[in-house]
Write a protein that binds this ligand. Structure first.
Ligand SMILES: Cc1cc2nc3c(=O)[nH]c(=O)nc-3n(C[C@H](O)[C@H](O)[C@H](O)COP(=O)(O)OP(=O)(O)OC[C@H]3O[C@@H](n4cnc5c(N)ncnc54)[C@H](O)[C@@H]3O)c2cc1C
Length: 458
C-alpha cells in the first residue's frame, strides 16, 4: 500500500467504481500516470481512471477522506504546468469519450475525455463544424478551461463563450449542471477561468454550419523569413474576420516519419483557414505568393474536419515545453526581432516559433461571456521546444527566456491561460475584476482547495 492511503478506503473505492484505481508500485502505474506531453513526469499518490460521473464523485470523497487533492486530466496536453502531484489523486477522464450531435439544436454533447477529433467527424455528417483549434487530439475540457483559440475565433470569439453547459462534480462530491440558468457563477468561471472550480464530467458546445473551407499551408525556404513575415503582418492587418492564419518559423526534425520534402529542413510557413470561396481566399493570400515563390503550396478547398489537421500538430504524444505570450503590436521592429530569434541566422532548440493572428471577435467583449471575455492583443507569440531527454530542458528554457526578453517591448501584460505553460500564475490572464470573481467562485465551490489544475486558480 502506498504512502498514507487507507487500505480499506482503496479497496472500497475499487469495489465502488466502474473504472480502475492504480497505485505506485503496480505494473499499470507508469502507463496510467503518463500525460500526452511526455515531458511531464507526474507522480501522484494514486491514479483513478474514471468511467462515469459517479466514479468521479466517489474519487472526490475518497480523496477528501485520505487528505489528498484531486487533479483532473483528460489528455495531458496541458500537463506541462501541473504542480507536484505527490499529495494528489490523478483523476483521468480519458475514458469518457461519448459524443452525440443534436443537429436540430446545433450542438454537441461530449464526455470529459473527448478530443476534438471525436467531434469533428460526427458533426460534419450534419453539415456542422466545431470550434476546435490547431490540434484534433486536444481535449475539449482543458481547451475551454484555457479559453480556446479556434480557427474560427476571429469571427466567433473564444470557444469558451460558445459552451452551453457543463456537467460537473464539485469539491463536496455533488453532481451539478452549470449553465446560464443553473449555478451561473460556476458556469462563468468554467468558461476560460482554468480548471480549478469543479471537475467536468461532460459538456455541451455550440456547433455552426460549415462544410468546407479554403485552407492549408504555404512554406518557403527560411531565407525568405523576413519578406514573408512582413507580407503576412501587412496581410493580417487588413484581413477580414473570416480569415485566420498563423506565421511559423519551423525546424522540421530529421525523423523518418517526417515526409521527405520537410524532413530536417528549416522553413517559414503560413497556415490559414478562410470561411469563404477559394477565389476570394486566393486573392487574400496573393501578397504572400507575390513576396516569394513558395517551396511547398498545400492549399485548397478542404472538408471542415480537415481543419483539425492542417497545422501539422503532432497527433501522437511528444515530450515538449511550450511558451506563449500575446503581443500588443507587430511593427517592423517586432517583425525583425521575431526573424532574428528563429530565422535563417538563428540556431535554436525549437520545433517552431509562431505568431497567431487574433483580433476580431476575440477582442470584443459581451456581458454574457465567461471568465475569458475578450483579449485586445491582435497577435500571439508561441514556441514549442522538444525535450527528448531531461537534459534538453535547460536549453529550451533559456531559449524561451531569450524570446521573452527580446519580444518584451511588444508583449502584452496579459497572458492567455491556455498558452501560459511558462507563466502558471492564472491572475495574469484576467483583468482585476475577473480575477477577484474567480477567487470568489473558487472559495464558494472549493473552499479547501481540493482541485489541482494546471493553473491553480483562486
Ligand atoms: C499540440 C497542441 C496544440 C494546441 N493548439 C491549441 C489551439 O489551437 N487553441 C487553443 O486554445 N489551445 C491549444 N493548445 C493548448 C491546449 O488547449 C491546452 O494545452 C489545454 O490545457 C489542453 O487541454 P486537454 O484537456 O487536452 O489537456 P489536459 O492536460 O488533460 O487538461 C489541461 C488542464 O485542464 C483542466 N482539466 C482537464 N480536464 C478537466 C476536467 N475534466 N475537469 C476539470 N478540469 C479539467 C486541468 O486543470 C488540466 O490540468 C494546444 C496544445 C497543444 C499541446
Amino acid at each position: 500500500m502506498s504512502g498514507d492511503l487507507n487500505e480499506g478506503d482503496v479497496e472500497r473505492l475499487r469495489e465502488t467504481i466502474g473504472g480502475d484505481v492504480v497505485l505506485p508500485g503496480e505494473a499499470a502505474y507508469d502507463p496510467s500516470r503518463q500525460a500526452w506531453n511526455l515531458a511531464a513526469d507526474q507522480h501522484p499518490a494514486a491514479v483513478v481512471l474514471a468511467e462515469s460521473a459517479d466514479d468521479v464523485a466517489s474519487t472526490v470523497l475518497f480523496a477528501t477522506d485520505n487528505g489528498l487533492r484531486v487533479a483532473p486530466q483528460g489528455t495531458g496536453h496541458g500537463a506541462g504546468s501541473v504542480p507536484d502531484l505527490s499529495g494528489a489523486v490523478l483523476l483521468k477522464l480519458s475514458r469518457l469519450t461519448d459524443v452525440s450531435i443534436d443537429p436540430a439544436a446545433g450542438g454537441a454533447r461530449a464526455g470529459a475525455g473527448a478530443q476534438w477529433r471525436n467531434v469533428v467527424g460526427p458533426a460534419a455528417e450534419h453539415g456542422l463544424a466545431a470550434m476546435h483549434g490547431s490540434s484534433g487530439t486536444v481535449g475539449l475540457v482543458g481547451y475551454h478551461a484555457g479559453g480556446g483559440h479556434a480557427w474560427v475565433g476571429r469571427s466567433r470569439g473564444w470557444a469558451c463563450n460558445n459552451v452551453r453547459s457543463f456537467d460537473v462534480v464539485t469539491a463536496d462530491g455533488e453532481q451539478r449542471t452549470a449553465a446560464a440558468d443553473s449555478e451561473p457563477d460556476l458556469f462563468w468561471a468554467l468558461r476560460g477561468g482554468g480548471g480549478s472550480h469543479a471537475i467536468v464530467t461532460g459538456m455541451e458546445v455550440d456547433l455552426f454550419e460549415m462544410t468546407s473551407a479554403y485552407a492549408g499551408g504555404l512554406l518557403w525556404e527560411i531565407e525568405r523569413a523576413s519578406e514573408i513575415a512582413t507580407a503576412w503582418r501587412d496581410l493580417t492587418a487588413a484581413a477580414p474576420e473570416e480569415l485566420a492564419s498563423t506565421l511559423k518559423l519551423v525546424r522540421f526534425p530529421p525523423f523518418p516519419e517526417v515526409p521527405d520534402p520537410l524532413r530536417g529542413r528549416a522553413l517559414v510557413g503560413v497556415t490559414f483557414a478562410f470561411r469563404g470561396s477559394a477565389d476570394d481566399g486566393e486573392e487574400l493570400l496573393a501578397p504572400l505568393r507575390a513576396a516569394a515563390d513558395p517551396y511547398l503550396d498545400q492549399t485548397g478547398e478542404v472538408p471542415a474536419p480537415a481543419l483539425a489537421e492542417i497545422a501539422g500538430d503532432p497527433p501522437d504524444p511528444v515530450p515538449a515545453l511550450a511558451f506563449g505570450a500575446p503581443l500588443d503590436e507587430l511593427g517592423d521592429d517586432a517583425v525583425a526581432a521575431y526573424v532574428e530569434l528563429a530565422g535563417p541566422e538563428a540556431d535554436v532548440p525549437l520545433i517552431h516559433l509562431e505568431i497567431r493572428h487574433l483580433g476580431g471577435a476575440l477582442a470584443r467583449g459581451d456581458a454574457a461571456n465567461g471568465a475569458l471575455d475578450s483579449l485586445s492583443s491582435p497577435y500571439m507569440l508561441g514556441a514549442i521546444g522538444p525535450v527528448p531527454v531531461p537534459e534538453a530542458r535547460a536549453g529550451v528554457e533559456a531559449t524561451f527566456a531569450a524570446i521573452g526578453e527580446r519580444m518584451e517591448p511588444w508583449t502584452s501584460e496579459r497572458t492567455l491561460l491556455g498558452f501560459a505553460e511558462q507563466n502558471p500564475d492564472w491572475r495574469g490572464s484576467f483583468p482585476e475584476e475577473a480575477a477577484v470573481r474567480l477567487a470568489d467562485v473558487r472559495a464558494a465551490y472549493d473552499p479547501g482547495g481540493l482541485i489541482v489544475s494546471n493553473h491553480d486558480a483562486g
